[in-house]
Ligand binder design. Structure first.
Ligand code: ADP
Length: 374
């Protein structure tokens, strides 16, 4: 029979029982069969047992990650007795279960508080993201409009449509025109990248003939290629139809081609298109300056422009390939790869699914029905 205040009275200051505490920490078990057997240095513990009406006890320590965090006791208030190994093993087991449960509940409540903090941070991030998108959207308009008017009017003056200009004026206006175009390209790329990163760019898949897009891309770069006397060899095997975002697909091909033209001094640029199962492969090879194998990984980093004698002459922002990879990976759901040899040339390969995977084109629906029947 236990006294009513048994539990309360056990809340003893353990540091006041150094003999017991030492054994607990060192041996993890304290066993007292009979208070009479206690050694002289355990005098305080003996008093503790007597005042608590304990005739015999066995204590097993509870540890967590090697730290003593508590103990579990079998106490006998009626008579002296000895304790069996099984009783000690049982105490250890129960102690372990209690420790695990307590730690789990502590971890749970920590997790709950982290989850709360995470949710707050997430909400704040979403607000910031909205602000960022708003900022980008307004930048797009505010910056592009004046730049377009600079480019437009400079072009008109340069063509002599508003009267004759001196050679010096022609030269200086040419620079204004080129710089404004460079800035417009930079802004357009930065805006595209930000929109993709914010997940705010819409994808518009549509059916189109690859050969038509290739023709459009070739038109965009033909005068630069002609200025450098570069031949362009086009090998489009089948007339492949894609269900993809046409504008973004075109943007990637123009980027490949314009880089090939920029970084090639003589020779040929080859554009090859093949269909390989559910993928279309577009390969742009050049006979240009090539790229060091150590530099290949830098190509797709933002603002990364490799050192070469063409670096200044070629012009550029270092954003083209970074953006192209983002478009191919995230918008077209394809992949990009490159092979190159210094002084020999480079090949950029873009592999995109013939059918954009996130759209419900009729072909996709049929495939899923067939799969269901099988
Ligand atoms: P940039 O605006 O400088 O052309 P890109 O992101 O398109 O930026 O390309 C990054 C860098 O990769 C270029 O500055 C150039 O050093 C290198 N590069 C890209 N395409 C080629 C290529 N076809 N041949 C050799 N180097 C290339």
């Amino acid at each position: 029979e236990l006294p009513n205040n048994y539990i309360d009275r056990l809340e003893t200051d353990l540091d006041a029982l150094p003999w017991w505490l030492g054994l607990m920490k060192e041996k993890e078990v304290v066993m007292v069969n009979n208070t009479e057997q206690l050694p002289a240095e355990a005098e305080r513990f003996r008093t503790f047992m007597v005042t608590n009406n304990l005739k015999s006890l066995v204590d097993v320590s509870r540890t967590y990650e090697g730290e003593f965090i508590g103990f579990l006791r079998f106490g006998c208030v009626q008579s002296t007795r000895s304790w069996e190994d099984e009783e000690i093993a049982l105490l250890r087991l129960v102690g372990q279960i209690i420790t695990n449960a307590l730690q789990r509940s502590r971890a749970d409540s920590e997790l709950r508080s982290y989850a709360g903090e995470l949710e707050d941070a997430n909400t704040k991030l979403k607000e910031l993201d909205k602000l960022k998108s708003l900022f980008i959207a307004s930048m797009s308009h505010e910056l592009r409009t004046p730049l377009n008017s600079i480019i437009g009017f400079t072009g008109i003056i340069l063509q002599g449509l508003t009267g004759a200009i001196t050679d010096q004026q022609q030269n200086q206006l040419q620079r204004v025109y080129k710089s404004a175009k460079h800035l417009l390209n930079l802004i357009t790329d930065v805006i595209d990248i930000s929109k993709i990163e914010a997940g705010r760019i819409d994808v518009y898949p549509d059916h189109f003939l690859v050969s038509e897009v290739i023709e459009e891309a070739l038109n965009a770069i033909s005068s630069q290629a002609a200025d450098k006397d570069l031949a362009i060899d086009v090998k489009v095997h089948d007339d492949i139809t894609l269900f993809q975002d046409r504008k973004r697909f075109l943007q990637c091909i123009i980027n490949f081609l314009s880089n090939a033209v920029k970084y090639t001094e003589q020779g040929t640029i080859t554009l090859q298109v093949d269909k390989n199962g559910k993928y279309a492969e577009i390969k742009v090879s050049d006979t240009g300056i090539g790229i060091n194998s150590e530099d290949i990984s830098k190509l797709f980093e933002p603002f990364e422009r490799l050192d070469s004698h063409l670096r200044i002459k070629a012009g550029g922002t270092g954003l083209g390939l970074y953006l192209t990879r983002k478009i191919i990976d995230e918008l077209l759901h394809g992949s990009i790869s490159v092979q190159s040899q210094v002084g020999v040339g480079s090949t950029f390969l873009m592999k995109v699914p013939v059918d954009h995977p996130l759209t419900d084109s009729s072909e996709n629906q049929i495939t899923s029905i067939e799969a269901g029947v099988t």
